[in-house]
Design a protein around this ligand. Sequence first.
Ligand SMILES: *Cc1c(COP(=O)(O)O)cnc(C)c1O
Length: 237
Amino acid sequence: MNSIAERLTEVRSSISAACLQCQRDSNEVTLIAVSKTKPSAAIAAAVAAGQRHFGENYVQEALQKIQHFANHDDLVWHFIGPIQSNKTRDIAEHFNWVHSVDRSKIAQRLNQQRPAQLHPLNVLIQVNIDDEDSKAGVAPEQVAALAAEIMQLPNLVLRGLMAIPRPQPDRAAQTQSLAAMQRLFLRLQAQYSQLDTLSMGMSDDLDVAIGHGATMVRIGTAIFGRRDSNEPNRSSE
Ligand SMILES: *Cc1c(COP(=O)(O)O)cnc(C)c1O
């Protein structure tokens, strides 16, 4: 088994290769190391190997880790999981980014609860690009309305869109969803020129996502190894 540092190097070289293939600068793509369910020691190993952006899905677990690394003020914490409204205060107070905003009520609460002394919270609208019942996210045709609303909220900065496409067996099928996200993003960016972030791309579709304009990719297992099957779910949190 390779170390976390070695696996990070491999993931970074896959990102560079994908960028080279589509003639993008690899500085345009930020790697988010998804550390959900993994201990602080694993995060520390990644930090020692130069990783700075971490993604977490479960609020209580994340708060402990953020606390643990409180004196590393260059770490950037991304909340990427489904958001229950009773968790918005903890998210607003402790994270730098939220990728999974998918309804007005959540945006309003994050805005109200973001502490005044912190920078505005960076947010992405999660899009349910493959229209899956099981997935969070707004329908593509609802993105514009939610974006317009978030633009009015002073303690949030809308940065772009996020998606978790349905796992697909082949590249052609992956391409459809990722290309649809890119079109949606470009259309929104034409309206709000400050948008600069498209969060999509996981282990299996990394290169296709980068080929379609992803600026943040989210990788867990390929860096930290497999997660236990007893992952907490929303109700048990
Ligand atoms: C868990 C998770 C990932 C990373 O998944 P891996 O299969 O471990 O690479 C990426 N994005 C989101 C939203 C996740 O919940």
